[in-house]
Design a protein around this ligand. Structure first.
Ligand SMILES: [Fe+2]
Length: 196
């Protein structure tokens, strides 16, 4: 019987998704003209990037190495983040900024009874921060629909010379609000939430 942690794939998937989210949210923050949107995005992007490193560190601590994720989806999200779409359009396209219906996607992460204490502690902090980031993004998106405060130049991004992204359905839920629940890209193939 393998002694590989049954939740290794989940840790890998979170590390990859969070690291990628840190990159495309930073790219979006660098593009927007809206100071309040930029402030929220940079804060959330910092958290995402730190989560990516923290979970990669945990994978290494457990004796494994990070298995890189698919860069195709990241490339699309980077193009979307840097496009001249408005911030409202980007919130919609990324599928973030609105309360999520149904079950909290993080709940099942603690369903695995094999979780070691260190990983459990990391997951707890991660989940609390992800929920807080979701609230901040929701409030930021909601504020865009109200008569404005002291926004610099409206809600559009300033990159008029940057190419528009081609039409595509909304991106998968941001890691900030809907993290991976499985082992996509992970070395282990069993998500932690699906214990026998
Ligand atoms: Fe996230």
């Amino acid at each position: 019987m393998s002694d590989k942690p049954s939740y290794l794939g989940l840790l890998n998937a979170i590390a990859v998704a969070e690291g990628q989210a840190g990159r495309y949210l930073t790219a979006w923050a660098d593009t927007t003209d809206d100071e309040q949107v930029r402030e929220v995005l940079r804060f959330v992007a910092l958290r995402e990037a730190e989560h990516g490193l923290a979970f990669e560190k945990r994978v290494v601590e457990l004796g494994y190495s990070l298995r890189p994720g698919d860069e195709t989806e990241l490339q699309y999200k980077m193009e979307l983040a840097q496009s001249d779409r408005s911030d409202r359009e980007k919130f919609e396209a990324f599928g973030i900024g609105q309360p999520i219906d149904g079950n909290d996607v993080f709940t099942n992460m603690f369903a695995n009874p094999d979780l070691d204490p260190v990983t459990g502690g990391l997951l707890g902090r991660y989940i609390a921060e992800e929920r807080d980031s979701g609230r901040r993004l929701n409030a930021c998106c909601e504020a865009l629909s109200k008569p404005r405060r002291s926004r610099a130049k409206g809600t559009t991004s300033k990159t008029a010379n940057k190419k528009k992204t081609t039409a595509k359905p909304a991106a998968k839920k941001s890691a900030a609000t809907a993290p991976p629940s499985g082992a996509r890209g992970g070395r282990a193939r069993q998500p932690a939430a699906r214990r026998p």
